[in-house]
Design a protein. Sequence first.
Length: 497
Amino acid sequence: MFTKVLVANRGEIAVRVLRGLRDMGIASVAVYSEVDRRALHVRRADEAVCIGPAPSAESYLNPERILDAARRTGAQAIHPGYGFLSENAEFASACEAAGFVFIGPGPAAIRAMGLKTEARLVAKRAGTPTVPGTESPLADEAEALRVAASIGYPVMLKAAAGGGGKGMRRVMSQAELGAAFREASSEAERSFKNGAVYLEKLVERPRHIEIQILGDRHGHMIYLGERECSVQRRHQKVIEECPSPFVAARPALRRAMGEAAVRAAREAGYVNAGTVEFLVDPSGAFYFLEMNTRLQVEHPVTELVTGLDLVEWQLRIAAGEWLTVRQEDVKWRGWAMECRVCAEDPAMNFLPSPGRIEQAAEPNGPGIRVDSGIYSGWTVPMEYDSLLAKLIATGESREQAIRRLRRAIGEYAVTGIETNLAFLDSIVADTEFARGELHTGFIEEFLRRRREPAAATEPARLAVALAALEQKPKASAGPPAAPANRWLREGRERLLR
Ligand code: MV4
């Protein structure tokens, strides 16, 4: 096993990996940019190396700076976390070439799954169901028209080098295809310097359900169950849970998706922790979407329901150990639900809200885990993503997990910057959400319901106005207690207009 590992990341995931290293008695090295000098992950490491100024390109995205820090501290392995260089095949190669173990899959597997068209080919070869469509990029508009006609509208145009929805276009009819093809190609070119697009049959109202897999370097691979990630906004996950309400009601589906995920990962020669993403349609048919060759943000919900420590297993597998967990040993107990606490202002269209955190009082108590990268007095930099922490609640049932999550959100006090906590609470409190009838358009529909609630008829408006009047403070009392936060206040004011 390694005696010293460098964590090439920042924020909550760096803190999480550093905790794993300390739990295993492995010395740890953190890297930080100048603006992260006082960041929590720096405090949690045995050693810390400044790798450059704030811009990611000159720090967390700079392979040479990271390798140099590994050399200087005598680290034997590098954990990339997620984002930054975690899915960069060249960086994985550079680590190996420089004599460091890259904690993750080999560069070949990263490359095989990096191009969405290549990943589809791998899945198809493995017999994993893929959405009907093209395996290679479309040559031109004419081919797009031919293929779309043969698989039937509606179709989805996607960027071959894409991910996260960039360069994607829903095409409902032939008339729209030409323009959509040109727009998708140019957006793909701009975003990925690769304008290649391919085409798939559109899966209507899909759920985004992903399977966690773990494979060792001796050919042993298992699946650890699914995560429901359909509650997303602009392709950013907001709430994730394990198990999926849809799959929990269909035990055969978990096994079928798990085995399909393992087949695809084997075909890619996968090693270490990985996630295979699927679209699941309302009939329960599932289709390979893409594979993520890194530890995911939402890995804690799988850890809490299976009892397995994914970071520990990543390190043990990277050190060449056998994965001693057999598929029949994997059991799922209870429910885990995670929400991503972000420095953003829902009342300002989720604009990032960096700045000094006056107070960060984190929740605790039965069934609560907080993977946090913040503390009172720390200044959230503007240079990186807005994720502050992940709040995860577990329970015997989904209902208990939801109750605990709401209680914990209520305890979470972050002042000095805006956060999305109230927005998260409004989702978790939503009756539709409680029913578990989720799909990738859930938040879009939720926000629409909130903007134009069916009940916002005249009587309802009057009722709300009267209620506000009744709360009118007596002369002696102080100002009326405004709703818990700006987002709810604005929502109520909008309703009254
Ligand atoms: C799809 C789809 C429907 N049909 N492909 C979005 C980003 C990328 N991960 C793939 N995505 C989708 N691909 C077909 N053939 C719907 C989506 C999609 C989506 C998928 C997962 C999670 C959130 C999403 C939000 C919008 C669209």
